[in-house]
Design a binder for this molecule. Sequence first.
Ligand SMILES: NC(=O)c1ccc[n+]([C@@H]2O[C@H](COP(=O)([O-])OP(=O)(O)OC[C@H]3O[C@@H](n4cnc5c(N)ncnc54)[C@H](OP(=O)(O)O)[C@@H]3O)[C@@H](O)[C@H]2O)c1
Length: 226
Amino acid sequence: PPRAGAPTHDGFTLLTGGLGGVGTEIAAHLLRTPGTRLLIVGRTPAAEAVVPPRLRELGEVRYARADVTDERQVRAAVEAAAEAWGTPLGSVLHLAGTLVERPVSELDTATWRRALQAKVRGAWTLHRITADHPVGSFVTFSSVNGFFGGAMNAAYAAANACLDALAHYRRGLGLPAQSLAWSMWRERGVSRGYGLTALTEARGYRLLDVTAALRSFDLARSLDEP
Ligand SMILES: NC(=O)c1ccc[n+]([C@@H]2O[C@H](COP(=O)([O-])OP(=O)(O)OC[C@H]3O[C@@H](n4cnc5c(N)ncnc54)[C@H](OP(=O)(O)O)[C@@H]3O)[C@@H](O)[C@H]2O)c1
């Protein structure tokens, strides 16, 4: 398909879940572009959150404690970063999420909520906040489970399907949006220690090492598709 150049945006990037297994790799990748400024948010208190030294060595990184489902907290973090850097929020990468694996029969209300909160409510919070900023890129990290479903993954699949739907919804409003439906990142984040990778591959899913995943990331962002 036709490709555009790599997206460039003024302003800083808000990365939710940026200290997670996948988030750290994405952060390092983004920081290799000179001038990148990253605001990472997570629920872990700032005093306990460890920003890997390799990230700080690569470029400008701020960490703020903010639950992505709490609009007030995220707004405060964004405003503090905008003031400190003297530049507005320019792009959003939403990686915060929780993998909840459970048979459908055991999915009670609390479990559904836990599975949906960070992804769905979080994405909606970001959708609302970005309305007040010149955001040129809005990318959510979704999963193949959102498209194909998956055993034990009904709630996780629903959460990801919602992210994909939000991308279409935003595009319908003329707003930037992409939802990247990943297969498994090898030994990263929620996939670390997963024992059934051979079965995953036998079922036709590709396991991505970091290099392949980052290439996919760059390619996907150059395509004008939700
Ligand atoms: N790893 C894979 O193979 C894979 C495959 C497909 C899709 N994905 C998607 O990629 C994204 C990142 O996954 P990962 O594997 O890196 O997961 P991870 O290591 O568990 O990281 C998730 C991050 O999200 C943050 N988070 C969770 N709830 C939050 C909330 N309410 N507010 C703010 N931050 C929150 C966590 O930080 P705190 O605990 O500090 O809040 C954590 O840093 C997820 O959306 C996942 O579904 C991953």
